[in-house]
Design a protein. Structure first.
Length: 290
């Protein structure tokens, strides 16, 4: 678990630095290249810097060990941080949409051609960042890191739309000056959609939604390999941060002693946690076999 914690935190730091660098590059290119689509892209990257820092804070807090006031740990802080990230995304999308409409209504010059080179580079970089952070989020089981990965993907999409819009404005000529503004407006819709994709799993985590069927299958398989276990019944899993808590009902022979049943339960717990380190705790209920 400590390895996952370090991986997640280092990945969040990487995201914050990468977003800061790209936000500056986009902003400069947008201003000097006369492209609001690129400026809108810079606005999103700027918000991504703050959201990456929020993710970093959430990861540091949510991985604190359990204490007297938080016996299940601090993992639920992670989806709460994700909700804040989603809120920031929605706000930034709204600002981009509003400014896009204002620019569409106001005549302006066609963007400079060099902005296309900048945007093409950004699309490639952002897709690479998405794949890197997404891989780390899958490894660590971090909801907020997955949200950060989707920021990179949404940024790649908005940059691609800006590239298309600016290309139309440049090569179609007079009458198409607002094409990049329409691209920025369309990008705001994609940002809202991605915000929903981020929000949905975080909500499921807060509500302890049943979405861990594959993990439950693995838990049952491990439990049934332990000597003395006759079978498994109820098995519930809930996620807290990057770890899981399990409630498991075991069936054992009815004639064994309480001590023997207690020992079997401990053996099952140890076997499960040894096989699946991401499981922080297993609460086992013993039932006699009928």
């Amino acid at each position: 678990m400590e390895s996952n914690r370090r991986t997640a935190i280092n990945t969040a730091i990487f995201s914050a630095i990468a977003n800061a660098f790209l936000a500056i590059a986009k902003g400069i290119a947008g201003v000097f290249g006369n492209s609001y689509a690129l400026i809108a892209d810079a606005i999103e990257s700027t918000t991504d810097v703050f959201t990456s820092l929020l993710v970093l804070f959430g990861l540091r807090y949510s991985t604190r060990p359990a204490d007297e006031n938080h016996p299940y740990g601090h993992g639920k802080a992670e989806p709460l941080i994700t909700f804040i990230v989603v809120g920031i995304l929605v706000i930034s999308a709204t600002v981009i949409a509003y400014e896009s409409i204002q620019h569409i209504r106001t005549p302006h010059k066609v963007p400079e051609k060099f902005t296309l080179v900048v945007l093409a580079s950004i699309v490639i970089l952002k897709e690479i960042f998405y794949r890197f952070v997404s891989k780390k989020s899958d490894k660590t089981k971090s909801t907020s890191l997955k949200a950060d990965a989707w920021h990179h993907r949404s940024d790649a999409i908005t940059s691609l739309l800006a590239f298309i819009g600016i290309s139309i404005a440049i090569y179609m000529g007079e009458g198409y000056e607002t094409a990049d503004d329409w691209a920025a407006l369309l990008a705001s819709g994609f940002i809202i959609y991605n915000a929903f994709l981020i929000f949905r799993p975080a909500l499921g985590e807060i509500m302890d939604e049943h979405v861990y069927d594959d993990l439950i299958v693995d838990i049952r398989k491990v439990a049934e390999t332990v000597s003395g276990v006759q079978g498994t019944e109820k098995c519930f899993v809930r996620k807290t941060g990057m770890s899981f808590h399990v409630d498991l009902h075991l069936t054992v022979k009815g004639e064994i002693s309480v001590k023997k049943g207690h020992d079997i339960a401990h053996d099952v717990k140890n076997a499960i946690q040894n096989e699946m380190p991401e499981i922080a705790d297993v609460l086992i209920h013993i039932e006699p076999e009928e």
